[in-house]
Each structure stands twice: as C-alpha cells, then as structure tokens.
Design a binder for this molecule. Structure first.
Ligand SMILES: [Zn+2]
Length: 230
C-alpha cells in the first residue's frame, strides 16, 4: 500500500512539469531528439528552469530545494516503516493454518490502521505543544480536546486485528453463524479481554457452536481414501 507523503510544493510542481515534458519527448524520433539535443535528463532540467522562472529564482536553487525535499520524503517513509514495525500486532492462530490470501488482506488492514495512527501521532505532538504553550495557561477546553484525541487513538488501536476468531476458528459450519466476528474469522484487539479462557487453548481447540463449546475436530471432515486416490 502506498503511504501518502506531504509533498514540498516546489518539488510537486517540478515533478508535474517533468512528467509533461517527458510525455512529449517520448514521441520524438531519435533524429528529432539529436536535433533538439534532448537527453534523458532534459525533462528534469527543463522543469527546474521553468519553476525557477515562475518563482524568480535560479534553477540551481530549485534543484537544491528538490534534492532536500526528496531526501526528507525518503526519511519520512523510513520513519513510517519503522513505526509500522514497532506496532505490528501479534497474531494468534491457535496452531491452525491460516489462509495466505486472508492473511494478506488482514496485513493490509493493519497497514491502514498504522497509517491512521501514524498521522495521529503528529497531531498529538502538536496538541501537546499547544497545551504547554504560554498562550493557553491551564486552558480546560484544550486539555479536554487533547484527552478526547487520546481516547480516539486508543479506540482505533482497539480496532486492530488481533488474530483468528477464537469463537469459530474459521471453521466451516461454525463461522457462518459466528456473532463475534460476523463471519469474517477475525478478532479485534478490543474483543480480546472478552474471550473465555477455554477457547484459547491450542492443545484441544474448541469452538462455540449453537451456544455450546464443542471440539473443533468434530467439524473437520477428513478426505476419504477414495477421494485421495482419484
Ligand atoms: Zn468467528
């Protein structure tokens, strides 16, 4: 998943013009390219010159600013990746095989939540700075707003995927009527404290079926010998 990045407006303009010029260069024949002295770096050089004209600056100062902005964007992406690594939630499977495609979809869901929480972190820091600012001495409204914001972040963390649903364990014949996971086979962080200990054992996995705990193996049909040799 692509993470959105706050683009420097000068860099964004340079990239837009570079793409426009590059689109024109693509259709030129090799002879025309040679005649116009167009090289692979021409679109970027041309974009620097155009933006320099627009802003009344030297092309070199535009080039330096873009270089700095690209470096900062790269650093930001590294920070986001490190943040996601630190906050990657443990995934409980109770010793069962997890469908790879389903897991991919859950990881994507985790990434969305990471992105939301990562974005919230900078707002949290800004709110902290405001609370500590001399302009808001003991401001109750600001303190309350910050508290609500913290609660929102905490609520979002509770929506993080926590593992395979312990009630149905994604078992055919059980998952279809599973109320806690709505048939998705996924449990969220905020649901973890409510899971009965009896459903957490990986030694003898149990599922909740029609109000009663039953062994998971009662629902798993082994392929019969004839099917195996077909
Ligand atoms: Zn379930």
């Amino acid at each position: 998943m692509e993470l959105p990045e706050a683009k420097d407006p000068v860099l964004a303009r340079v990239e837009q013009l570079r793409r426009e010029f590059a689109d024109q260069v693509v259709v030129l024949s090799p002879e025309e390219r040679a005649l116009r002295k167009v090289t692979d770096s021409s679109p970027l050089q041309w974009a620097y010159e155009q933006v320099a004209k627009e802003r009344g600056l030297e092309p070199d100062s535009i080039r330096r600013r873009c270089k700095r902005a690209r470096y900062q964007a790269g650093q930001r992406q590294k920070q986001q990746a490190a943040f996601a690594d630190r906050h990657r939630w443990q995934f409980e499977s109770y010793g069962l095989d997890i469908d790879a495609a389903w897991l991919d979809a859950v990881v994507e869901l985790q990434d969305h939540l990471h992105m939301a929480l990562f974005g919230m972190r900078s707002v949290g820091q800004a709110l902290k700075a405001l609370v500590e600012s001399e302009w808001y001495p003991n401001n109750v409204e600001l303190k309350l707003a910050r508290e609500r914001y913290r609660q929102l972040a905490s609520d979002l963390k509770g929506l993080a995927p926590a593992g395979i649903c312990p009630w149905c364990k994604q078992t055919e014949g059980v998952i279809e009527q599973c109320a806690p996971c709505h048939g998705l086979g996924l449990i969220l962080e905020c649901q973890v404290p409510g899971v009965p200990a009896s459903l957490l054992s990986a030694d003898l996995p149990l599922v909740l079926h029609q109000g009663a705990e039953k062994p998971l193996c009662a629902f798993v049909t082994e392929p019969n010998q004839e099917e195996l040799f077909e």
